[in-house]
Design a protein around this ligand. Sequence first.
Ligand code: ADP
Ligand code: MG
Length: 729
Amino acid sequence: MSKLRFRVVETAFKKKPVEVVIPTERPSEYFAKNVFNKEKMFKYLPSKVYAKLIDVIDNGAQLDRSIADEVATGMKKWAIEMGATHYTHWFHPLTEGTAEKHDAFIEHNGKGGVMEEFSGKLLVQQEPDASSFPNGGIRNTFEARGYSAWDPSSPAFIIDDTLCIPTIFVAYTGESLDYKAPLLKALRAVDKAALDVCHYFNSDVKKVYAYLGWEQEYFLIDEGLYAARPDLLMTGRTLTGHESAKNQQLEDHYFGAIPPRVAAFMKDLEIEALKLGIPVKTRHNEVAPNQFELAPIFEECNLAVDHNMLIMALMRNIARNHGFRVLLHEKPFKGINGSGKHNNWSLGTNTGILLMAPGKLPEENLRFITFVVNTLMAVYKHNGLLKASISSATNAHRLGANEAPPAIISSFLGKQVSQVLQHIEESTKDDLISLSGKQGMKLDIPQIPELMIDNTDRNRTSPFAFTGNRFEFRAVGSEANCASAMIALNAAVAEQLVDFKKDVDALIEKGEPKISAILEVIRKYIKISKPIHFDGNGYSDEWKEEAMKRGLDCETSVPVIFDNYLTPSSIDMFEKTGVMSKIELEARNEVKWETYTKKIQIEARVLGDLAMNHIIPVATQYQTDLIDNVYKMKDLFPAEKAAKLSAKNLELIEEIADRTTFIQEHVDAMIEARKVANKIECEREKAIAYHDKIVPMMEEIRYHIDKLELIVDNEMWTLPKYRELLFIR
Ligand code: ADP
Ligand code: MG
């Protein structure tokens, strides 16, 4: 029965690393080889066109359509020289992946042949037949078209034979149908708001960038073992499986030596990533067995988001060349750590200032405190929304388990920053005025002038931690599009910075000096945002109680968490910042609820199939063997002795009967519960029914399956076990 299992396990353990062809050039030489970056633009575009395009990219100038044809011609020339034959608009619909539809460059040449063509029109805008992308009802297929539009701020690149052009995807009526359009709007909002605040300190700053450095965690599984697990194949996670005797308790995997097969995969991946201009820098083993991490140097947020989407696609492809499958799911295995994607976020200026980093001079530190405190205010005000931005059916397994931040957003600041804030908070108004001094700048706060931020006291339990020159949003899921979190965060900070400027200007108008006005508003904000600041252990039960008292959002049901997008304060914030309208928010929530339901529905079906096709038949077969043995013992021994010798087997027979009955009954009940839930029309209510009714049933069924795994003959068990899946070298 389980020949397949033994064969795949044996093969998996015997596989040798694939030989990787290391380029003869250095990484700095082949970096961005497949990207139409500024260097190539300079080479392939007329100088006037180049200058205009750079103005669009660097300064956010309006795209002049008249240059589109010339850009397209240059891009085509480069792409064809690179061997490309096709082009595609590449966009991020509201699914987890990216979308592309390839078209060949060829057009009729009027002489019976074909020629390579690519016009500005095709570069700038296309109408993919996208009626089957999730749209939450905005695009009724019969009445509205959707189009993709070029995003010049993220450079085109070549994958395989195709020139990929990053685009936004919007409905004909203007609503966003993707992640990129609202992200670009949020980035514009935070640029503008932060720029105004920056001008209190540095009048020469022209642009503020949001930066993102993501850290991608993932698992690698041998492809043969993967194929023998229908649950991994269909849902990306194991729906059954008892913990193996050894997993991560010896803490021997984290930063351990990278197994050769995995190292070959990583090298291959890094070479391809570098060619695509993704500045990958760090690689290491993670905490769980077979878990790894990859991180690039941080980049401008929109580009970093594109690069993360690209790298996830690359990982999936390259893993296959090495006989692996990559698992990006947040929780592929029960009982061991899941995967996240820390989003390191900060703001910086075109003049090279990192706004979340302390400086040497008092005014630099006041600027630093200003941006930190405003971020805290934004996170405090929108803590429920930020949680919603990282919530999904898959990430739900990870949050709140003792490995990842709880389902409560709070912010860790560390000792020094906490002390500075406390000092400002405790100062009186007169103190502040004297602090600000006559010339407007003489901060005598003890810690401020030489603020040395020690980023060693990192608190891994905090979902939103300050780490020296940035905040690290750790609750983001490994499979997620970072854009979701980045839209919410940048928009919330933009709103907050606008409010801050209003408050400060009001005091200045009343005659207060600028610096003391800033300090006074900051002091007020420190007091208000206090509940979000928590440096303690986020995993503890006391924190859950405390957070509740502080009024932070403690909801754990994902479909209900999504409501945070539709609260008056969220709608107001997204509309004021111009990031999303109420209609867009409503439509996107429909998509979120629908996706949630579908994910659980698929899992429930797969679990039902596994139970009925794999678990019950095997357990029953083993039980029959035991029964047979009991009868034979009776034949062999006197009744009393036979009874004594068969006592344990009789117990097992009964246990198997109890557990299989439970499983069968609950699989049936789960089907009935799904039928009831499926009849619910409202997507929100349906998702809640799936969360409240189906998810607990799956847990119960799994519990009994995992117990059976421990008692049924190993040779009969069809599904590869955790110890086999997780220890591939
Ligand atoms: P750790 O695992 O210790 O958190 P890593 O070195 O793995 O740190 O990753 C840190 C990430 O944060 C990298 O992508 C790095 O480039 C990024 N980062 C560093 N400074 C900043 C900053 N000011 N803004 C945004 N990201 C940053
Ligand atoms: Mg980190």
